[in-house]
Design a protein around this ligand. Structure first.
Ligand SMILES: [Zn+2]
Length: 301
């Protein structure tokens, strides 16, 4: 269940931060987040990945605020389900392709400069893809945007990318060493310093999904701990991150995972397959006095 109780407590804290602001839109966020998911109906079924029980949420009153930790968790679950399904088909159709896993960073910035830095990164990434598309091995990508908060309150935006490549990439004349990636990213993002950049090969058997790497790529845009530390940082993040995509696909990947679907999950948190009837019905109800969810077998509503 990924500790929904802890996420609900984080959500209440985020709502508390918004309620301290004089801004009307932040006051509205506070009210919506406070009322988020007081009750869940879900079904427990054996997971397809490693046999653990998997909670398939059927009904919850999501507030749909971007920085509600509960809703962020729900979005990630839906992103993962959508991607696992699409990429499983991709790997079955293209067993000869594999993945590499670059992380592209820029220097930490003031949270008030985040929007302009994200613009710079996005333009840099498109230039990088354009450069790489001249190589015979690049087939597609899945890219996520993450922002972490440093101890000094600076923002650290970075991309986690799963690049789909053909085996040509690993031939001597095509293979890019770490320093090549650093220089490529530096040139593409037009930086005047050497950015911290590293690349890993993703190990997975033919036909199989790179589960571990996927879990690393499809995760929080901002960790709940960073949302609940400083009210002013949260306010600035809310304005600076407005309308940013957290997950982007391109090339062959977009034939199997549609960007439109990902955007729909991001904005509406809907995948259309919520009414699954498999598994055991259960529910959770938030107990305000004990500050935890009470678990019940069977659906209450
Ligand atoms: Zn919410």
């Amino acid at each position: 269940m990924d500790n929904l109780g802890a996420l609900k407590r984080d959500s209440i804290r985020v709502a508390g931060f918004y309620s301290l602001s004089d801004r009307e839109d932040f006051q509205q966020y506070a009210e919506r987040i406070l009322n988020c998911s007081g009750h869940f109906d879900f079904r427990l079924e054996p997971g397809q990945v490693d046999g653990r029980m998997f909670a398939h949420i059927q009904r919850a009153s999501w507030c749909r605020c971007r920085w509600c930790p509960l809703c962020q968790y729900a979005r990630i679950s839906k992103f993962r389900a959508r991607n696992f399904k699409g990429l499983t088909r991709l790997m079955a159709d293209n067993p000869d392709l594999c993945w590499i896993f670059p992380t592209l960073t820029i220097r930490n910035c003031e949270i008030g400069d985040l929007r302009s830095q994200l613009r710079l990164m996005s333009a840099g990434y498109h230039r990088l893809v354009r450069t790489l598309s001249r190589r015979p091995w690049l087939r597609g990508y899945l890219r996520s945007l993450e922002v972490t908060r440093s101890e000094l309150g600076l923002a650290h935006p970075h991309y986690h990318v799963l690049l789909l490549v053909s085996s040509d990439y690993f031939q001597n004349d095509q293979f890019l060493k770490t320093e090549d990636w650093v220089n490529l990213w530096r040139r593409s993002a037009r930086l005047d310093y050497q950015p911290y950049t590293f690349v890993r090969k993703v190990f997975s058997r033919p036909h199989q999904l790179p589960i571990k790497a996927l879990l690393e790529v499809i995760k929080y845009s901002v960790k709940p701990a960073d949302l609940t530390d400083d009210a002013d940082w949260l306010y600035e993040l809310t304005d600076q991150f407005h309308r940013q995509r957290s997950l982007t696909v391109g090339g062959l990947v977009s034939n199997y995972v549609s960007q439109r679907q990902l955007d729909k999950i991001e904005s509406e948190m809907k995948t259309g397959d919520e009414q699954n009837q498999d598994g055991l019905p259960c529910s959770l109800h938030w107990n305000y006095r004990r500050e935890k969810y009470d678990f019940c077998w069977g659906a209450l509503s």
